[in-house]
Unconditional design. Structure first.
Ligand code: PBG
Length: 325
């Protein structure tokens, strides 16, 4: 007790603060999202996400090279196809935007670890994450499409697939399909505890994937639920997920912490589009110190228990973290 104990002693200067720091953020933990669109020479900034772009394959490759040069080991790809239909058939074509991007990135930067988002919403005309019948998203028929999509990504050379649709049983279906096609070594990172969140707003502009009617509450989780996240994660691990994800990150740090305590698999957290846009907007207005807020957010996600962070801040944060002292 005071005056014997004075916690301020260990805060006296940056050297000692650094020595006793409990959490460190490194570019090694980052996964950078990229939005691939059709065409050539396309690089279109997403208005609600300054610094993020829809890019054609040639431009995505340049971006991927830059990502790798910043010591960020991995990207996750999202596709914006030229054609959308009821069953999202552009999601699994051999020459879909994502499939072409995987090949081109792997040719140019083979060491970059390529993850793909596996979902139907970017490819369906109705914008839902699965097959819609009688105004309901159909679980079991969707599993087949997701499996086809995952296998097509593996065939193109992806290292890992990340199902984000929240259909029941999709990890098992995808694992079986990959194994059947000889892709036993391709990993699965499941969006296991994915909430029906308003923080995805800017992403839906970026990926042009907003549902045309209704919302995603019949498949994504209720933001009020904490214990249910453990149940979702347990199922996905049983079904064969190698890494599990909590999404969004910032409003769900308790969930990240619970999951980290309860399971032994690596935990990823998705620092989603709305979390990014809020910081960017307030930074532009001069209301917060954008750089410090960014680093504090990333640190808090790590401190809560995330091993990996999917974040639109990855390049900016890496530039700061890579600076020599
Ligand atoms: C696709 C998907 C979404 C995000 C990642 N994958 C959107 C959604 O579920 O509506 C959100 C990412 C972000 O907001 O940054 N299902």
């Amino acid at each position: 007790m005071f005056p014997i104990h004075r916690p301020r002693r260990l805060r006296k200067n940056e050297t000692i603060r650094k020595m006793v720091r409990e959490t460190s953020v490194s570019p090694d933990n980052f996964i950078y999202p990229l939005f691939v669109t059709f065409g050539k020479d396309v690089k279109k900034e997403i208005s609600s996400m300054p610094g993020c772009f829809q890019e054609s394959v040639d431009e995505v490759v340049k971006n991927a090279k830059e990502v790798y040069s910043l010591s960020i080991p991995s990207v996750i790809l999202f596709g914006i196809p030229e054609h959308k239909d009821e069953i999202g058939s552009s999601a699994y074509g051999e020459h879909g935007v994502v499939q072409d991007a995987i090949k081109a990135i792997k040719d140019a930067v083979p060491e970059l670890y390529v993850i793909t988002d596996v979902c139907m919403c970017e490819y369906t005309s109705h914008g839902h994450c699965g097959v819609v019948k009688d105004e309901e998203v159909q679980n079991d028929p969707t599993l087949e499409l997701l499996s086809k999509e995952a296998v097509s990504h593996a065939k193109a050379g992806a290292d890992m697939v990340a199902p984000s649709d929240m259909m029941d049983g999709r990890v098992r279906a995808i694992r079986l399909a990959l194994d059947e096609e000889g892709f036993q070594e391709i990993s699965i990172m499941s969006y296991a505890a994915k909430y029906a969140s308003a923080f995805y707003g800017p992403f839906r502009e970026a990926a042009e994937s907003a549902p045309q009617s209704g919302d995603r509450r019949s498949y994504q989780m209720d933001p009020a639920n904490r214990r249910e996240a453990l149940r979702e994660v347990a199922f996905d691990i049983e079904e064969g997920a190698d890494i599990i994800m909590v999404k969004p990150a910032l409003a769900y740090l308790d969930v990240i912490s619970d999951v980290k305590d309860a399971f032994d698999v690596p935990v990823a957290a998705y620092n989603v589009s709305g979390e990014y846009s809020l910081v960017k907007a307030a930074g532009r207005l001069g209301w917060v110190d954008e750089e410090r807020v960014m680093m504090e957010i990333l640190t808090s996600i790590k401190r809560a228990g995330a091993d990996l962070i999917l974040t639109y801040f990855a390049k900016e944060a890496a530039r700061i973290l890579n600076k020599p002292r």
